[in-house]
Design a protein around this ligand. Structure first.
Ligand code: PLP
Length: 435
C-alpha cells in the first residue's frame, strides 16, 4: 500500500507560486529581481474597504457564518450580476468561496465523472488542467493562437463537443493572454452550445478579470445570451479587480439553488465559511461608489503600462507581442529569441527526461531569472497539453512603470547574449535546473 494516494499524482500546480523558490535563491545571492511573474495587482486594497473589515472585527463579527456566504454579501453579488449581465439572479444561487480558484475544483467535483470530457482553453489558467486530470476527466484543450488575438469562435469550439462533453470552461478576459471574447463571438459560442449540448452540460465562465478591460471595452459575459443562465456557473471575485488577492474573496453563481446547495456543502466540508468580516468589506466593494473610482484608476494605470510595454517588446529582435485587451498580462512569442540564443539546440541536447520537464521557453525563463533578474512565466505553465512548439512568456504588468522599463531593457540585453546563455546552460545553475 502506497503512502500517498494514487490520485495525488494527477494533481497539477500553479507555477507562479512554485517559481518563488527560484526567485528567493536569486535574491539570496544579492540579485535584484523584477517580478513579472506575479498575478496580483501592485495596488493595495482600498482604505474604505479595509476600514469596514476592521470595524466588523471590532464589533465582534468574527465567528462562523452561513457557509454559503452572509446574505447581505450574496445579495450584493446577485445585484451586481443582475445589473452587469442583464439576467435576474437571486442570492439563493450565490455561494461565496475563499477566492475565485475554489469554484474551479467545486465545478469539476460536482459535475464531472471519470471519463467525461471537459473543454478548456490552452494556454489558460493552469488550475483548469490540474482539476480536469484530478477528476479523472478527459482533457479537451481548446487551442488559442496569437494570430487570432487569443480569441476563438463557435467554429473552433463546435468540433470539440461530443456526447461525452460535460463542462466547457471559458475565461474572458483571459489569463495568461489578455484575450477578450467579443459580444458577437460569445453569441456564436452560445449558439453552438444551445445546438449541440444537452441541457445538463455546464459552462464554467471564469470572469475574475471582469473589471480590467482596455480601449473603452465593456465586459461581456456568456451569461447574457439566451439559454445560458440555466447552464452557466459564473465565477468571479475581488482578487484582481479590487486588488484583494490576499483576502481570498470569490464567488460563484449557480444555475439553480440545488446546485448552489452542493457548492455550499463543499464549503462545509472544506472551509466551513469565508470570514464574515471580510465578506462585509466585499459587499461594500459593490455598494460603495468609492470602489468604482479606485478600480477605474487602477485599470487606467494598467492600460498606460500596456501601451508602453507592447511596442517596447516588439522593438526587441525575436520578440512578437500582441496587444492585450484586458487583464494585466502580456504574452509575447519568444521563439525568435530562442533561436537567436541557441536555445533550441541546447534543448535538443538535453537528456530526454530533462526535455520532458522543460521547454525552450522554460529555458529562456530560467536564463532571464538567474542571469538577468527577470522573473516571468513560460507557456507550459498555462497547460502542458498543447504547449509543444509554443514558445511564449507571460509578463505581468502589475509592476511600477520604472520596473517595467528596467525589466524590458534587461530582456533586450539578454536577447543578445548568446554567449551568456551557453555559459548559463553549461554552468552549475543550468546543469542543476535542466538535469
Ligand atoms: N481564474 C483565473 C483566470 C485567474 O487568473 C486566477 C488567479 O490568478 C483565479 C481564477 C484565481 O483567483 P483567486 O486568487 O481569487 O482565487
Amino acid at each position: 500500500m502506497a503512502l500517498i494516494a494514487h490520485r495525488m499524482s494527477r494533481l497539477g500546480t500553479e507555477n507562479a507560486f512554485k517559481l518563488g523558490d527560484d526567485i528567493q535563491r536569486c535574491v539570496d545571492r544579492g540579485m535584484d529581481v523584477i517580478r513579472f511573474n506575479l498575478g496580483a495587482p501592485d495596488f493595495r486594497s482600498a482604505p474604505h474597504l479595509n476600514r469596514i473589515a476592521w470595524e466588523a472585527l471590532d464589533a465582534g463579527r468574527s465567528s462562523y457564518c452561513d457557509p454559503a456566504g452572509i446574505l447581505s454579501f450574496r445579495t450584493a453579488i446577485a445585484d451586481h450580476v443582475t445589473r452587469t449581465r442583464g439576467v435576474d439572479v437571486t442570492p439563493g444561487r450565490v455561494v461565496v468561496t475563499p477566492g475565485a480558484k475554489p469554484p474551479i475544483g467545486y465545478t469539476l467535483q460536482t459535475y464531472v465523472d471519470p471519463g467525461d470530457e471537459v473543454v478548456y482553453p490552452t494556454p489558460g489558467f493552469p488550475i483548469y488542467e490540474s482539476w480536469v486530470r484530478f477528476a479523472g476527466a478527459v482533457p479537451v484543450p481548446l487551442r488559442l493562437s496569437d494570430e487570432r488575438d487569443f480569441a476563438f469562435t463557435a467554429n473552433d469550439l463546435a468540433p470539440l463537443i461530443t456526447p461525452r462533453t460535460k463542462v466547457i470552461i471559458l475565461c474572458s478576459p483571459s489569463n495568461p493572454t489578455g484575450g477578450v471574447l467579443s459580444r458577437d463571438e460569445l453569441a456564436g459560442i452560445a449558439g453552438v452550445i444551445r445546438d449541440r449540448c444537452r441541457p445538463d452540460v455546464r459552462i464554467y465562465a471564469d470572469e475574475i478579470y471582469e473589471h480590467i478591460l482596455f480601449d473603452g471595452l465593456r465586459h461581456e459575459s456568456i451569461m447574457s445570451h439566451p439559454g445560458m443562465p440555466e447552464r452557466t456557473v459564473l465565477a468571479s471575485g475581488h482578487s484582481k479587480g479590487f486588488a484583494m488577492t490576499g483576502w481570498r474573496l470569490g464567488w460563484a453563481v449557480l444555475p439553480t439553488e440545488e446546485e448552489a446547495g452542493i457548492f455550499k456543502q463543499i464549503n462545509i466540508n472544506i472551509v466551513s465559511c469565508v470570514p464574515p468580516f471580510l465578506q462585509e468589506a466585499g459587499q461594500a466593494a459593490y455598494e460603495d461608489p468609492a470602489s468604482a473610482v479606485e478600480v477605474e484608476g487602477m485599470v487606467r494605470e494598467f492600460e498606460k503600462r500596456r501601451n508602453w510595454i507592447v511596442p517596447a517588446l516588439n522593438s526587441i529582435t525575436g520578440l512578437r507581442c500582441r496587444t492585450p485587451k484586458g487583464a494585466f498580462y502580456v504574452f509575447p512569442d519568444v521563439s525568435g529569441v530562442c533561436r537567436r540564443l541557441g536555445i533550441y539546440r541546447a534543448y535538443r541536447e538535453l537528456a530526454e527526461s530533462a526535455r520532458g520537464r522543460t521547454t525552450p521557453a522554460g529555458m529562456l525563463q530560467m536564463f532571464l531569472l538567474y542571469r538577468y533578474g527577470v522573473a516571468s512565466m513560460d507557456r507550459a505553465s498555462f497547460g502542458r497539453i498543447g504547449a509543444e512548439g509554443q514558445d511564449f512568456l507571460r509578463l505581468s504588468i502589475a509592476n511600477s512603470i520604472d520596473d517595467i522599463r528596467r525589466g524590458v531593457s534587461r530582456i533586450a540585453e539578454a536577447a543578445d547574449d548568446r554567449a551568456g546563455f551557453a555559459d548559463f546552460v553549461a554552468g552549475d545553475d543550468g546543469r542543476e535546473l535542466f538535469a
